[in-house]
Ligand binder design. Structure first.
Ligand SMILES: Cc1ncc(C[n+]2csc(CCOP(=O)(O)OP(=O)(O)O)c2C)c(N)n1
Ligand SMILES: [Mg+2]
Length: 563
């Protein structure tokens, strides 16, 4: 398309052409918003317009789509659903996921007249967006849509909100002279790969190579930069153990000899032990936030540190730095690899042996639980079965709470082609996010892991998955309650929970396989560990969405972090 070729068109035509131009394949929404634009999308494009059951689920689907593909995920709601949608952006905000939310909003003609369903929604989007704006004139659609994609994808990615005038965004039905120009560069993360200055790279490399016991902590910035291969290559060249954050778990396969596991709070003991035994920590694409550092105890503040990040404001936020490198993770690691002194690796032989012994000790400690035949099943065994049987090009999507703890700690990725995406804290995120991921990468298997409390949140979307043929596999760790809460209630009830206490965190026993079948999905109930591999194979081969309902032990508690 050429610049300066305005022509008369409707907002709806402009939106449809631009979203197509940005390579958007799906839009997730609850009616009614952008009705005209959705009709134009049907006429002018092959964009799928998924009508779903709730705005929060729509936002989570867009988020899962974005994290699986790197392309902004688009979701929408009319004015009355706007805050439900805003609530769903909270995880995308915490996880730095590029989601673009479009809502209907106030019309100057009816403002302040107690018009039906209206409040001023814009302020509520402020804490969960990088850019939060109104489009009041149809002629502004082209530049505002471009700005939305630009902001969502650049620097540290994140959500954007555009409110279109009219409770249903009816501004899209108006006409103006417009040019639906797109900038394909901003259709996907990362649009730029800023290279750090050479002096900062040299300083960081010198410190890393001098260290006898360094460790790398790789975060979500490695996954959004697509820098996993470069990270593993540098770790190998210099012989440095790699821990990851939960968000960066797919930076290195769990079965790699240099992988020590996920560090922090929802973590694996070996990772925390290695990080705390290190004499230098190199953070790459990590916020150094509370979860990754177990609230700044892993590593302890004062441990010598270096940091690489695309966001200069992240550098040194929590750990004073011996060297700070500002740039894209992939180009930085490529450059470091080129300059690396491989001869320096030999002095780390004993450190690598120590790290591997710590990992071996972890495996021995948990071997019994990971291979347990107990009925009801142990969640550790379920994670172990997933490590063994998830396909090597799968996208693994994981909820928070115990789901995050079990899978963060006990599950291993076994191939660099696998992806791992996790809830940044919101229970119920994973199931719809897994559906969004499947929309983004339909050719790849998607396996979601959630607890039963997590699954209940958006269970209606099983019907959406069946209606749209979104053939993701959802594994429900079904223990009949939100048992991550058990410890806390044990504490307030002095260690002796009564039946009344259990009312606070347990549910009725449910057969999710049967519910799933009723909604058009394949449902499989697993009550015995030995039945799981065949169930997973059947679910992956089914030509419809599948729910594997795994009955697990309500007394099983995930190990807490060591520091
Ligand atoms: C939106 C939201 N509300 C509440 C919580 C607190 N929370 C964390 S885990 C959990 C219970 C999880 O239950 P379930 O998904 O069944 O997993 P389980 O602990 O039983 O394995 C709750 C309520 C949260 N993380 N997010
Ligand atoms: Mg549960």
């Amino acid at each position: 398309m050429q610049i300066g070729h305005n022509r008369k068109m409707t907002g709806a035509q402009c939106i449809a052409d631009m979203l197509k131009g940005y390579d958007v394949s799906h839009v997730f929404h609850v009616p009614a918003v952008m009705r005209s634009a959705f009709a134009e999308m049907e006429r002018r494009t092959d964009i799928k317009r998924l009508h779903v059951h709730g705005e929060k689920a729509a936002a989570y689907m867009a988020d899962g789509y974005a994290r699986a593909s790197g392309k902004p995920g688009i979701c929408g709601a009319q004015v009355i659903g706007a805050l439900n949608l805003a609530a769903g952006l909270r995880d995308a905000w915490l996880a730095h996921s590029p989601v673009i939310a479009i809502t209907g909003g106030r019309d100057p003609k009816t403002k302040f007249r107690k018009v039906y369903q209206e409040v001023d929604d814009v302020p509520a989007f402020e804490p969960v967006t990088k850019f939060n704006a109104t489009v009041d004139d149809v002629a502004r659609l082209p530049d505002m849509i471009r700005q939305a994609f630009r902001v969502a994808t650049t620097g540290t990615p994140g959500p954007v909100h555009l409110q279109f005038r009219g409770n249903e965004g009816q501004l899209d039905a108006e006409e103006a002279d417009m040019e639906p120009l797109v900038e394909p560069q901003f259709a996907r993360v990362p649009p730029f790969r800023p290279a750090p200055d050479e002096a900062s790279i040299a300083a960081a490399l010198r410190i890393l190579q001098d260290a006898a016991r360094p460790v790398i902590v790789a975060g979500g910035g490695v996954r959004s930069s697509g820098a996993a291969a470069e990270l593993v290559a540098l770790a190998q060249a210099l012989q440095i153990p790699v821990a990851t954050s939960l968000n960066g778990k797919d930076s290195i396969p769990g079965n790699h000899p240099l992988s020590v596991g996920v560090a922090g709070t929802y973590s694996r003991e070996s990772a925390n032990r290695v990080v705390n035994a290190a004499d230098l920590v190199c953070f790459i694409g990590s916020e150094t936030g509370g979860m990754t550092t177990h609230f700044w105890a892993v590593p302890k503040i004062g441990t010598p540190a270096i940091q690489i990040d695309i966001d200069p404001q992240a550098l040194g936020r929590n750990y004073p730095l011996a060297a700070a490198v500002n740039g894209d993770a992939k180009v930085t690691l490529e450059r470091m690899l080129k300059l690396a002194d491989r001869g320096s690796a030999s002095k780390r032989q004993s450190w690598i042996a120590e790290a591997q012994k710590i990992c071996g000790d972890w495996r021995s400690k948990y071997k019994e639980a990971l291979t347990s035949d107990a009925v009801p099943m142990r969640p550790e065994r379920l994670c172990h079965e997933l490590s063994k049987h998830v396909p090597d090009d799968a996208v693994v999507v994981v909820d928070t709470g115990h789901a995050g703890m079990w899978m963060g700690g006990m599950f291993d990725l076994t191939s660099p082609r696998q992806s791992y995406m996790r809830s940044a804290g919101h229970l119920g995120w994973a199931f719809p996010a897994g559906l969004g991921a499947k929309c983004a990468v339909p050719e790849r298997p998607v396996v979601t892991f959630t607890g039963d409390a997590g699954f209940w949140y958006h269970i209606a979307e099983v019907e959406t998955a069946a209606r749209w043929g979104i053939n993701a596999v959802t594994v429900v760790n079904n223990n009949g309650g939100g048992n991550q809460s058990k410890r806390g209630f044990d504490r307030v009830y002095g260690g002796k929970q009564t039946d009344k206490a259990r009312e606070l965190w347990t549910f009725s026993k449910m057969n999710f396989a049967r519910l799933a079948e009723d909604m058009g999905a394949l449902g499989i109930r697993v009550e015995n560990a030995s039945a799981f591999p065949a169930a997973l194979a059947q679910a992956l081969a089914a030509n419809r969405p599948a729910v594997i309902d795994v009955v697990t032990d309500i007394e099983a508690l995930a190990p807490t972090a060591v520091s």
